[in-house]
Each structure stands twice: as structure tokens, then as C-alpha cells.
Design a binder for this molecule. Structure first.
Ligand SMILES: C[S@@+](CC[C@H](N)C(=O)[O-])C[C@H]1O[C@@H](n2cnc3c(N)ncnc32)[C@H](O)[C@@H]1O
Length: 284
């Protein structure tokens, strides 16, 4: 029988041989994820024996990783801003960069934490942004929309997984088409990659994230134009529109919102210093 430490070394070595960039980190993600062990457990319980059926699961997962499948897709779930999210073929894998948008919105509404805020998350995917906000705003209600029914089904499952079902609903909608009501915060991480760039993305992204979640049209700004044009009709007075953007889109997205009657009230970069999140308010 193999010990946990030996298993990690075996997986690390196979991933290194396949050219995976950080093989030890990914070995920990796979082995820890499959055995439900945190980073500390992986270190302190290195002499534990791995059960034969777990060895089989780990080797199978390693084969999939060597064949190019991203580690969190193999596990079928990923942590995001302190909550756990299941993934499906219709959902983008939520990225740590998007946590910047969540943090910025939470900072801006911190004084309204105990109000009945209404949140609309356009293109909700796994529900990541809306569910992370609800987890931190105990009285808020959220609606997640998406064009992909499969994404909405996953978002609903994720709400249940995190005990948020009573405050989260879904609506299948092409942006605002099927949306009704008024909201205090409209959030979105829309598809923002230029169509001509999509075929050049890393194979892992191209083959495992849905195209609908990536392609932002000829200049990458299609969704921002629709959101900026229509958001005003769905915002309460002093409501906020918060969007994630590509690292080089800050000025162009600001211009799109300004020409639709909004002004920027906050913006934030990610840890790498890339512009990532912007928040707007309608000019009175
Ligand atoms: C970049 S992903 C973001 C997913 C999730 N909000 C997140 O941050 O992880 C964009 C999402 O927008 C959805 N989407 C694309 N076009 C849409 C449209 N016309 N109307 C509504 N949702 C759309 C996609 O299905 C996808 O779930």
C-alpha cells in the first residue's frame, strides 16, 4: 500500500512529466480534493495509507489531467470567496480574479449590510458572484440570470449546497429580456474576450469553458453595451452596476457606461495589478 506522501510524489512526477506548470500544487489540488483533505492534512498525514479504491480514483484523475483537463473540472467543484461551487459543462469555472468584484461590491454596500438589498447577477454561471454576495449579506435577495439553462440548474444546486436557496432565484434570459423588478445592485462578469482572440486561448480554456461564457463579440464589448443601455430601467435610485472587465478594457468599458448616462464610482485591480472590476451609478 502507498502512503499519502508517496502518492503525492507519484502524481507530482506524472504531472511534471506531462509539462504541467506547477505539478506539486496541482498534485495537492487533485489528491486533496479527491480525499477531502486540506493542505495541512496533506502535510501532517503523509504516512497515512491510501486505500486501494482511492489509489484507483487518484490515478484515473491524474490520467485526465495528463490528457489536458483542468484540475477543478476533474474534481467537478471549486472554492470561490469562501463558498463551494459545483461546475458543469454549461458553466465557466469561476476564477479567483472575480473575487475582486465581489469584494469591491461588499465594500461599497458595507453600510447597508442589514438592509433587504435586491441583487441581480447577469450571466450567473455557477452563481458564483451572487451566491458569494448573499453569503456575506444576510438579508439580501438574489436573482441569477443566464442564457444557458444548464448554468441556471447548476447555480440552483449551488445555492442549495451553500444553504442559500431561500434567498436565490433564477431566470433564463438574454441579458435583461426576461428580467423584471428593481434592484439595488446589478452585477455581471459577462463574456468579454474578442471573438478573434477566442481561438488562441489556452487549450484548457477553449476545450473546457463554454464558448458562450467567453466570446464578447468583435471588440469584446457587446455585453457591456447591452448592460449599460438597459440597466437604468432596472435600478433603484442610487443603485449600482458592477462589472468585471478584461485587464485592458477599463477605459473602453467606462466610456460605454458614460455614454449611456452612468459615472464610475469605484474601480479595483487584481493582485497582479490588472484592472478587473468597475462600479457605476446613474448620473441624476
Ligand atoms: C464569463 S461567464 C461568468 C460566469 C459567472 N458569473 C462567473 O463569474 O464565474 C459569462 C456568463 O454569461 C452567460 N451569458 C452569455 N451570453 C449571455 C446572454 N446573452 N444573456 C445572459 N447570459 C449570457 C454565459 O452563459 C456565462 O454563464
Amino acid at each position: 500500500m502507498t502512503t499519502l506522501k508517496e502518492m503525492l510524489a507519484l502524481v507530482r512526477s506524472r504531472l511534471a512529466g506531462a509539462g504541467v506548470e506547477d505539478p506539486m500544487a496541482e498534485a495537492r489540488i487533485l489528491v486533496g480534493g479527491l480525499l477531502d483533505l486540506g493542505r495541512t492534512d496533506l502535510i501532517t498525514r503523509g504516512e497515512d495509507r491510501v486505500a486501494p479504491e482511492d489509489e484507483v480514483r487518484i490515478f484515473h484523475a491524474t490520467d485526465r489531467r495528463v490528457a489536458g483537463e483542468p484540475p477543478y473540472r476533474i474534481l467537478g467543484r471549486r472554492g470561490f470567496h469562501g463558498i463551494e461551487l459545483r461546475l458543469s459543462r454549461d458553466t465557466l469555472e469561476p476564477r479567483p480574479d472575480t473575487e475582486v468584484l465581489v469584494d469591491l461590491v461588499l465594500d461599497l454596500v458595507s453600510e447597508r449590510r442589514n438592509e433587504l438589498l435586491e441583487i441581480l447577477d447577469l450571466g450567473t454561471g455557477t452563481g458564483a458572484i451572487c451566491l458569494a454576495l448573499l453569503a456575506n449579506l444576510p438579508l439580501a435577495q438574489g436573482t441569477g440570470t443566464d442564457l444557458a439553462q444548464g448554468a441556471l440548474d447548476t447555480a440552483k444546486d449551488n445555492a442549495a449546497l451553500n444553504g442559500l436557496s431561500d434567498r436565490f432565484g433564477t431566470t433564463r434570459s438574454n441579458w435583461f429580456e426576461a428580467v423584471s423588478g428593481l434592484y439595488d445592485v446589478i452585477v455581471s462578469n459577462p463574456p468579454y474576450i474578442r471573438s478573434d482572440i477566442v481561438p488562441t486561448l489556452d487549450r484548457e480554456v477553449r476545450e473546457h469553458d463554454p464558448l458562450l461564457a467567453l466570446d464578447g463579440g468583435t471588440d469584446g464589448l457587446d455585453a457591456y453595451r447591452v448592460i449599460a443601455r438597459d440597466a437604468g430601467r432596472f435600478l433603484n435610485p442610487s443603485g449600482l452596476v458592477a462589472v468585471e472587465t478584461g485587464y485592458d478594457q477599463k477605459a473602453t468599458v467606462r466610456a460605454v457606461f458614460e455614454s449611456a448616462g452612468f459615472q464610475e464610482v469605484a474601480a479595483r485591480a487584481d493582485l497582479a495589478g490588472h484592472d478587473r472590476a468597475q462600479v457605476f451609478r446613474a448620473v441624476c
